[in-house]
Ligand binder design. Structure first.
Ligand SMILES: Nc1ncnc2c1ncn2[C@@H]1O[C@H](COP(=O)(O)OP(=O)(O)O)[C@@H](O)[C@H]1O
Ligand SMILES: [Mg+2]
Length: 432
């Protein structure tokens, strides 16, 4: 029997022999179910058309022969649906490349699918800090960026969505300033329409800055309470009279409420790491304007990002997300830092060139529509913004007091490129 990864190429092979028929009966959907088995979904209007039925029987037979257990028995191979467009129920749908009129509905056991990309926020810029692995200095970079932006007069709202390994708030808030509640509390209370009860007490001002302000929404409050029991319920969809709201939609609603209440100039979001459901929501569902991809130069980083980029290509959403991405070189070593950074940017460039940049045909110049960057182009998203490893930042414990006593030049020397990049994003939104 064929394996999961052979499914799409085999389907393309089978279907490309029936192009004319498929154009006539389009749209046709291939339902790839939770077990990785496929069958067809076709409009009921063809159910009484003998010629269509015969053709469908031939295709079903070919699917069974080629796909084995990944296909259904002939008599179950086709589902007729009144409204084929509505059968996806929120599952990702993407075109079967090379076969016009045919799309795949992909049923996943997880809610995060990485491929439904929300439009970028049109008002307050949202910046997501993401990485394939943990421990690369994301939370530290958020704290330092928030501090620096606030020093320059901005109102910064910081959200800790790394609920499973919270920590950001520790670095921005001393114990006596922690709010009573956190994001986890709101997500749980909201299930019973009780979010208002905690809303005002889930945000604390960090007190670190003189001019602007840093509003921190931690994962949990000063007293974490029954955190494990709450966490086990936080990522629940909410069922109400008007249907079902996924947890990622609930999170979007929360962010809109926070925006209204605190009117920040920018929102910084600490995502989960890895190819994870919650990370998927942070990167693709929350309307991020800028997604920072933290990277250590190594195979683990690049192969992780390659998996994601390929997924965006397969599901046909690359163009919706690629222009919001930016690589960040994390923890750049003190020793031979320049060579390290050059090497990291080269690796990032070959990944972006392979997976995300448009190809510029040899001999012709890039046009307005071509989205591609030379390896040495500082404006390309592969051209990593560097964060230097620094002894003083090697302990998160001291972070709050450290930021309290730090001078702007030192922060700028370590995190300057990221801070500048976020400032540009804020200015871009202002149009100033
Ligand atoms: N620029 C830096 N220089 C030196 N150490 C750092 C730097 N940034 C973070 N660290 C240290 O690396 C560890 C992981 O940082 P953290 O920000 O918690 O990473 P993440 O959020 O990616 O898991 C912490 O011990 C932190 O003090
Ligand atoms: Mg972290």
């Amino acid at each position: 029997m064929i394996t999961f990864d052979q499914l799409i190429p085999k389907l393309q092979e089978i279907f490309s022999n029936h192009n004319e028929f498929l154009q006539l009966t389009a749209p046709i959907y291939i339902n790839r179910d939770l077990n990785g088995r496929v069958r067809l979904i076709v409009s009921t209007k063809w159910q009484s058309d003998q010629r269509v039925l015969e053709k469908l029987a031939i295709i079903s037979q070919q699917m069974l022969e080629t796909l084995g257990k990944r296909a259904f028995p002939i008599e179950q191979a086709v589902l007729f649906e009144q409204s084929v467009e509505s059968v996806a129920f929120g599952a990702p749908v993407f075109p079967l490349e090379g076969v016009p009129g045919v799309s795949i509905i992909d049923r996943l056991a997880t809610q995060g699918n990485w491929s439904t990309i929300a439009p970028a926020s049109a008002e307050i810029p949202r910046v997501v800090f993401f990485s394939i692995k943990g421990g690369v200095g994301r939370s530290t970079a958020i704290a330092a960026s928030a501090w620096s932006l606030a020093q320059s007069g901005k109102r910064v709202l910081v959200l800790d969505l790394d609920l499973e390994s919270p920590g950001l708030s520790t670095s921005l808030l001393p114990i006596d300033r922690r709010p009573k509640y956190g994001i986890t509390d709101w997500l749980v209370e909201d299930l019973l329409d009780n979010g208002d009860e905690v809303f005002e007490s889930m945000v604390a001002s960090s007190g670190l800055s003189h001019d602007g302000d840093i509003f921190v929404v931690p994962a949990h409050g000063a007293d974490s309470g029954e955190y494990v029991a709450k966490l086990g319920r936080a990522w629940m969809p909410k069922v109400n009279s008007s249907g079902q709201e996924s947890w990622s939609q609930r999170l979007q609603r929360l962010i809109s409420l926070l925006e209204k209440r605190w009117s920040p100039d920018v929102i910084l979001i600490d995502s989960r790491a890895g190819i994870d459901e919650v990370a998927s929501a942070c990167v693709t569902d929350l309307g991020a304007n800028l997604v920072l991809l933290f990277a250590l130069d190594g195979d683990q980083t690049w192969s992780g990002y390659r998996i994601l980029f390929r997924h965006w290509r397969t599901t046909g959403v690359v163009r919706e997300i690629r222009e919001r991405l930016q690589v960040v070189g994390a923890l750049i070593p003190e020793l031979d830092g320049i060579e390290y950074t050059v090497g990291l940017r080269e690796e990032a460039w070959s990944l972006f060139a392979d997976e995300l940049y448009d190809e510029v045909p040899a001999g012709s110049a890039a046009t307005e529509e071509t989205w591609s960057f030379d390896s040495s182009d500082e404006g390309g998203p592969h051209y990593a913004w560097a964060i230097r490893w620094n002894r003083g930042f090697n302990s998160l414990r001291a972070m709050h007091s450290r930021l309290n006593g730090i001078d702007a030049d030192e922060v700028s020397a370590i995190f300057g490129q990221v801070i500048q990049g976020i400032s540009n994003a804020i200015q871009g939104e202002d149009g100033s």
